[in-house]
Design a protein around this ligand. Structure first.
Ligand SMILES: CC(C)(COP(=O)(O)OP(=O)(O)OC[C@H]1O[C@@H](n2cnc3c(N)ncnc32)[C@H](O)[C@@H]1OP(=O)(O)O)[C@@H](O)C(=O)NCCC(=O)NCCS
Length: 185
């Protein structure tokens, strides 16, 4: 059985990080990241218009957790757990096939310190051992070399390259799909 409807949001810890539930007080930090063109360079999604839209977004994925559709964590440093520095989570859960898509982003002040690698290790472990996922998928913009390198370092393998399968801002973009199999299955 795929388990995504936890009764309590799963708070996770790593050596340096706390992975916690989103709160409306994270709205500004999330808005700053999702409107920062350096962060969003390879994330082909519309930017939020205002803080209200971000607050609705936070409420939607907190409800998504309650419905069992997704599981998204705020990344914070242990020494400052209220300050959101990034996010990581599972989206578009495919229940029938025990498969979910992972996504992540980090504020540029914290890049290249191994933070996403650390968060990814913990959430992959959680995905396989607590959610009972069979496979984890990641979908990247083909130019996102940083994300590609992270996935490869975590053991993901390239599974597909879809040509012009995604329409964004007047263009049809290619997608690269990476996958990781549950080693215990
Ligand atoms: C991609 C991103 C999440 C990386 O986070 P990070 O915490 O800086 O990554 P890490 O420090 O864990 O990096 C692990 C490895 O990934 C690769 N990597 C990370 N950033 C890189 C970059 N800018 N260029 C090339 N390789 C990079 C390196 O191999 C790195 O190992 P190394 O530092 O020992 O060389 C971050 O740059 C980001 O938020 N980018 C914008 C959002 C985004 O593109 N998200 C992914 C959408 S699919």
């Amino acid at each position: 059985m795929l388990t995504l409807n936890f009764t309590k949001f799963p708070l996770l810890e790593t050596e340096r990080l706390i992975l916690r539930e989103h709160s409306l007080t994270d709205a500004e930090a999330l808005y700053d990241m999702r409107t920062n063109e350096t962060v969003m360079k390879y994330i082909d999604r519309e930017r939020p218009k205002d803080l209200l839209e971000i607050k609705t977004f936070i409420s939607t994925f907190n409800q998504g957790f309650e419905n069992g559709d997704n599981l998204a964590w705020v990344i914070a440093l242990k020494e400052n757990p209220n300050q959101m520095i990034g996010s990581i989570g599972y989206w578009r859960t495919d229940y029938a096939n025990h498969r979910a898509e992972i996504g992540y982003m980090l504020h540029p002040d914290y890049w290249r310190k191994g933070i996403i690698s650390e968060a990814l290790k913990r959430t992959i472990d959680f995905g396989f051992n607590d959610m009972n996922l069979h496979t984890i998928k990641a979908n990247i913009n083909v130019e996102n070399d940083a994300s590609r390198q992270i996935l490869i370092k975590q053991g993901f393998v390239k599974e597909a390259h879809f040509k012009q399968d995604y329409y964004f801002r007047g263009k049809f973009l290619d997608s690269e799909i990476y996958g990781l199999l549950n080693p215990k299955h």
